[in-house]
Every structure is written in structure tokens, then in C-alpha cells.
Design a protein around this ligand. Sequence first.
Ligand code: HEC
Ligand code: HEC
Ligand code: HEC
Ligand code: HEC
Ligand code: HEC
Ligand code: HEC
Ligand code: HEC
Length: 293
Amino acid sequence: MRRQLRATFARLPAVRLTGFTRWFIGKREKVWWVAGGGAALTLILLSCSSFDSSRALLAPPAIPGAEFVGTEECATCHEALVKGFVSATHSRLKAQGDNAKSMGCEGCHGPGSLHVQSGGDRSKIVNPRKSPDACFACHTEVRAAFNLPHHHPVLEGKVSCSDCHNPHKGDAVKGGGTSLPQRVKGGGIAMLSANGTCLQCHTAQRGPFVFEHEAVREGCITCHSPHGSVNQKMLTQRNSNLCLKCHFQQQTADGKIFIGDGDHTTRLQQGTCWSAGCHEAVHGSQTNTHFRY
Ligand code: HEC
Ligand code: HEC
Ligand code: HEC
Ligand code: HEC
Ligand code: HEC
Ligand code: HEC
Ligand code: HEC
């Protein structure tokens, strides 16, 4: 059976360049996204054509009267954070000239001059934990996901981007994500710790289970869209196709559908694989090898 399992990891591009380039509204400099680990440099050339009308929405966090001072300045008081930042995904974001200043800490926290002058007044700096708008400035398409019918309550203030993402250190996706560069870097171990992020809050899915479902090892996000989805329980697919992407079997008998070598022809008409009392314990079971309950 193992041979017939097909894992498909169709992934959306991490961030559309347009979302990123739009951020540099009115700035026609060259911006580099420097790939880590000695990998190739990608040169993003901005041109007028990449600016569109949704400007106001996409401005960096604003702090009335404040100017950008640059990451070095933050190090005076937040030394450890600035030191750790060299390993952060977002530290690889570079811009030229004056815009370089706005790329480091202040890309998310807004211009810091007043915060610095006041010796650290919290009301003079943006903290994205309080509002994800700072992130949406660049990650526009992510905002849309949190507006889908089934989503993590981030806009509602119950979950924050930083519950699952590291802004200051290491991979932005905690535990490493499944995007290709991260998989190469992190492999299976990274995937397991990525599940760990989810399990902090969702303890019921933690196990250990007597009968484990190997799919969970592939990662929670094989079946769930982490931000939001049109489907119930934020599933990546709404029906049996969710399971069939792995449990696909070459059919031999005419008109019959076999899954796991069992005849499922009539069963599949009764609902999804996990409803209708079939495989309710889809994350793993203590009692049943077929994950019935
Ligand atoms: C002169 C020292 C100093 C400098 C320079 C400084 N900060 Fe701070 N910052 C502080 C202090 C002190 C606090 C803690 C305030 C508190 O706990 O009330 C703070 C808190 C913060 C917070 C948390 C705010 C919150 O809502 O809890 C952020 C974010 C922050 N700083 C970002 C920055 C950034 C970005 C820079 C560089 C532009 C910077 N700081 C430069 C002293 C400084
Ligand atoms: C990718 C966006 C992003 C960048 C870049 C960023 N931060 Fe933050 N920062 C955040 C988020 C999100 C939080 C809230 C963290 C949380 O919820 O625990 C935060 C919180 C903070 C705090 C409050 C204390 C804390 O640790 O929670 C300070 C101080 C701070 N940042 C300073 C900095 C400094 C200095 C830099 C540059 C070296 C920086 N940040 C770069 C997103 C960012
Ligand atoms: C100044 C623009 C900017 C801001 C602000 C920003 N990001 Fe990013 N972020 C980027 C860019 C550019 C990338 C790299 C995209 C890529 O790898 O294609 C990135 C990468 C990421 C990734 C990793 C994607 C991957 O597949 O590795 C995550 C997660 C992420 N950002 C989350 C956040 C969060 C959370 C915030 C707010 C706290 C935030 N970003 C703020 C520009 C930004
Ligand atoms: C419940 C956990 C969780 C929360 C909350 C969350 N993310 Fe994510 N996010 C993930 C995971 C897991 C991935 C990796 C998906 C993958 O590898 O396919 C991801 C991927 C991303 C990416 C890169 C891929 C993409 O979809 O563009 C960005 C950018 C991102 N998140 C930004 C954010 C921002 C901004 C917020 C807050 C508004 C946020 N995330 C909140 C779990 C979360
Ligand atoms: C910081 C805590 C936290 C983290 C981390 C977290 N979640 Fe959630 N999750 C929640 C909350 C809160 C809800 C909303 C629950 C509700 O509305 O009843 C939720 C809802 C869900 C739901 C939908 C449940 C339902 O009944 O519709 C799924 C599925 C889910 N999360 C999966 C994940 C996955 C996968 C990850 C890791 C990528 C993750 N969660 C990380 C807190 C978290
Ligand atoms: C093989 C696909 C698959 C994987 C992998 C998977 N889930 Fe699920 N998950 C489902 C299905 C299907 C449901 C809906 C079950 C239902 O409605 O009875 C679900 C429901 C949930 C719910 C809602 C629980 C409830 O009682 O309504 C949460 C929370 C959840 N999953 C979290 C996780 C976490 C955390 C992981 C990773 C450790 C994970 N899932 C991995 C398929 C999966
Ligand atoms: C990422 C791939 C993947 C996905 C998606 C997936 N599975 Fe699985 N599943 C596996 C693997 C691998 C095994 C172990 C294979 C074996 O038993 O040889 C397994 C085993 C099972 C078993 C136990 C087989 C037995 O011995 O009876 C059941 C039942 C099952 N899966 C149901 C489901 C259901 C229901 C879904 C959809 C909610 C699903 N699976 C989605 C990979 C997957």
C-alpha cells in the first residue's frame, strides 16, 4: 500500500513580489532580497509598473512626526534582539540608500526617532502583537486568508502572527516551514517541530496515539491551511479528496472503488471519510487501527 501513497505538496509562492514591491511606494530604488546560506542573489528591480492604486493601505507603519533611524540605533537599548536578528528571515531584506534604514527593525515597528528620543516610550513605537497591520503592509495576500469563513482568530485578537512566526530570530515560520528552501534546510525534524507550534494550543491532537496516522507526521498543514480556508476546520480540501491525495489506489474492478484494499464504493456515498462514523479519529486512535474512533 505504501507505494500507492502520493504526497502532494502544492504550495503557494511565499509572498508575491508585487506585495513586497508595493511597499516601496514611490521609491524607485533597487531592492535586494538576499537569499541565505550562500544561495543565489535575487535582484528585484522596481519599476513604476509595479505600483498600483492601493497605496494608502500598503504604507509602512506610521508614527506621526517620527523618522527612520536605522537598526544600529535600536541596538543601543535592545542589544540582544539586534544581535539575534542577523539570523532572522526578515534581516535578509535589503534596500539601497536612505530606504535601507527603513528595512530592519523599523520595517515592522515603524519609524523610531521619537521612541529613541523619549528613552523608550511605548506609545511611540508600533508593536505588531497588538495589530497585524504592520505585517499586512507587505503580506497583503495573507490578510485575505484571515477573512475566509474558517480562520485562526488573528484579526479578532485571540491569536497573533508571532504565536506561529519568529520575527526576530531564525526561520520566520517557527520550526521551519515546508517551502522548498526550508525543507532542504530543516528536513523531517523541522517538520515535527512545526507541528509542535500547533500542538502548544491544540493539545487534543498531540497524542501519543497507540495507532498513529502517518499523515500527521507529514505535518498538520498537509490537511489544514494554517491561516484560513473556505472549508470547515480550515481543511485544505472539503471532502474525501483530502484523504485521496495520499490514499489513492489504482482501481482494477469495474465500477468499484477500493481504498486501503477495502471496497469503499458505497461508503464514499455516505459522507466524507471522517464523518458518517468511519474514520473519526483521523489524527490517531488509542483503540482502533483504522482510526474509527
Ligand atoms: C534609548 C533606549 C532605546 C532605544 C534606542 C530603543 N528603544 Fe525600544 N524600548 C526601550 C525601552 C526602555 C522599552 C521598554 C518600555 C517599557 O517596557 O515600558 C522599549 C520597548 C520597545 C518595544 C516594545 C513596545 C511595546 O509595545 O511593548 C518595541 C517594539 C521597541 N522598543 C522597538 C524599538 C526599535 C525598533 C528601536 C530602534 C528604532 C528601539 N526600540 C530603540 C528603549 C529603547
Ligand atoms: C518581521 C517584523 C519584525 C521585525 C523586522 C522586528 N520586529 Fe520586533 N516585534 C515584532 C513582533 C511581531 C513583536 C511582538 C512579539 C510577540 O508577540 O511576542 C515584536 C516585539 C518587539 C519588542 C517587544 C519585546 C519583545 O521581545 O516582545 C521589541 C523590544 C522589539 N520587537 C524590537 C525589535 C528590534 C530591535 C528589531 C530589529 C533588530 C525588531 N524588533 C525587528 C516584529 C518585528
Ligand atoms: C517590509 C516588508 C515586510 C514586513 C513589514 C513583513 N514582512 Fe514578512 N517577509 C517579507 C519578505 C520580502 C519575505 C520573503 C519572502 C520570500 O521568501 O519570498 C518575508 C517572509 C516572511 C515569512 C516567511 C515566508 C517563508 O516562506 O519563508 C513569514 C512567515 C513572514 N514574512 C511573516 C511576517 C510577519 C508575521 C510580519 C509582521 C510581524 C511580517 N512578515 C512583516 C516582507 C515583510
Ligand atoms: C496558527 C499559526 C499561524 C498564524 C497565527 C499565522 N501563521 Fe503565517 N504561516 C503559518 C505556517 C505553518 C506557515 C507555513 C506554511 C507552509 O509552509 O506552507 C505560514 C506561512 C506564512 C507566510 C509565507 C507563506 C504565505 O502564505 O504567504 C507568511 C508571509 C505568513 N505566514 C504571514 C503571517 C502573518 C502576517 C500572520 C499574522 C497576520 C500569520 N502568518 C499568522 C502559521 C501561522
Ligand atoms: C496560540 C494558539 C494557537 C496556535 C499556536 C494554533 N492554533 Fe489553531 N486555533 C486556535 C484558536 C484560538 C482557534 C479558534 C478556536 C475556536 O474558534 O473555537 C483555532 C482553531 C483551529 C482549527 C479549527 C478548529 C475548528 O473547530 O474549526 C484548526 C483546524 C486549527 N486551529 C489548526 C491549527 C494548526 C494546524 C496550527 C499550527 C499551524 C494551529 N492551529 C496553531 C489557537 C491556536
Ligand atoms: C490527514 C489529515 C489531517 C492532518 C495531518 C491533521 N488534521 Fe486536524 N483535522 C483533520 C480533519 C479531517 C478534521 C475534521 C474532523 C471532524 O470534523 O470531525 C480535523 C480537525 C482538526 C481540529 C478541530 C478539532 C475538532 O474537534 O473539531 C483541530 C484543532 C485540528 N484538526 C488540529 C490539527 C493539528 C494540530 C494537526 C497536526 C498535529 C492536525 N490537525 C493534522 C485532518 C487532519
Ligand atoms: C499525507 C498523506 C496522507 C493523507 C493526506 C491521509 N493519509 Fe491516511 N495514511 C497515510 C499513511 C502514510 C498511512 C500509513 C499507511 C499504511 O498503513 O501503510 C495512513 C494510514 C491511514 C489509515 C490506517 C490504514 C489501516 O491500516 O486501516 C487510515 C484509516 C487512514 N490513513 C485514513 C485517512 C483519512 C480518513 C484521511 C483523510 C482525512 C487520510 N488518511 C489522509 C497518509 C495519509
